[in-house]
Write a protein that binds this ligand. Structure first.
Ligand SMILES: [Zn+2]
Length: 303
């Protein structure tokens, strides 16, 4: 929603509390401890975010188990941050948001990190089917120079060890993306066949057709017991061979990297997955007609 719409819908903290209760308990409020519906909302400005349960005789905050729980930050600032991150196609930096809402840098950074985590908290993720593309890349280090297209290709699995390997799978039909950072295994090996296979198993139905490039580790997909059907595009020869290519997922990487180099400058390994969640959320909801603000607020529960 636009800034104006935001101000109309959420003029004050009370409006946010009412909105949140309606989103969290779409049917009727119930106790988060015992499930009873014999709950009533407490009155008064300072108390209205609490329910009392008549069955288990406890009191609970409507924000219990959400990213807003225990936060001292004004709820309007939280909601403003949620809306801003939804609008920012290439992501938003903590510094930029800090200028807009005026908390400390540390607070804003923490809020954004929690929101990103919530963006990965998809409730009913559908497994991919039909045709998917898988590709891995390295993110981090210094921004690439002008001829980055060439650099990227030459350097694709570059030994730049400070960079973080990430694996992504893109569904050709829905355009949805599933992406994860890939830490080296116990033997210190990166991007092993098993690792790549596990990512596919997490996000795809069996019998899915998988487009890969010639990277050796994808050879594991040629094994009968993996149940995937693999097509290989050899990038040393060409980039597209009929329907065999991995351009979709590579496009996602360039979007992600533009966001990374342009907005965030550096992402630590520890938080990289949350940035991936953020970009996947945007990508996965490009064609979603639902109210994305409401969807994201729902995902803030138990993130
Ligand atoms: Zn109860």
């Amino acid at each position: 929603m636009t800034f104006l719409e935001f101000n109309i819908q959420f003029p004050n903290e009370q409006s946010i509390i009412d909105y949140f209760v309606a989103v969290r308990f779409p049917k009727q409020p119930c106790c988060i401890h015992c499930g009873s519906v014999k709950v009533y909302r407490k009155r008064g400005v300072s108390q209205c975010r609490f329910f009392h349960c008549n069955d288990c005789k406890t009191e609970f905050s409507i924000f219990h188990g959400t990213i807003f729980y225990n936060s001292q930050t004004d709820l309007r600032k939280w909601f403003f941050a949620l809306n801003t991150i939804l609008l920012a196609k290439k992501g938003i930096s903590a510094l930029q948001l800090q200028r807009e809402i005026g908390c400390t840098y540390k607070t804003v950074w923490r809020m954004l990190n929690l929101i990103r985590k919530a963006m990965g908290n998809e409730e009913n993720r559908q497994l991919f089917e039909a045709i998917v593309e898988i590709d891995e890349t390295y993110v981090g280090g210094k921004p690439k120079r002008k001829n980055k297209h060439i650099d990227n290709k030459a350097n694709k699995r570059g030994r730049g060890t400070s960079k973080i390997p990430v694996i992504g799978v893109k569904n050709r039909t829905t355009k949805g993306v599933y992406a994860k950072i890939a830490l080296p295994n116990k033997e210190g090996k990166k991007l092993t066949g098993k690792q790549l296979l596990n990512i596919l198993l997490e996000c795809c139905k069996p019998d899915t057709t998988v487009m890969t490039d010639e990277f050796r580790s994808y050879g594991i997909l040629d094994r009968k017991d993996t149940q995937f059907q693999r097509f290989v595009i050899n990038h040393k020869e060409n980039y597209v061979n009929g329907f065999i290519h991995t351009n979709g997922i590579e496009g996602f990487w360039s979007l992600f990297k533009r966001g990374f180099y342009g907005t965030y400058h550096k992402m630590s390994l520890k938080h990289m997955q949350n940035y991936l969640y953020e970009f996947c959320f945007r990508q996965n909801n490009l064609y979603n007609d639902e109210d994305l603000f409401e969807l994201l607020v729902k995902q803030c529960v138990a993130a």
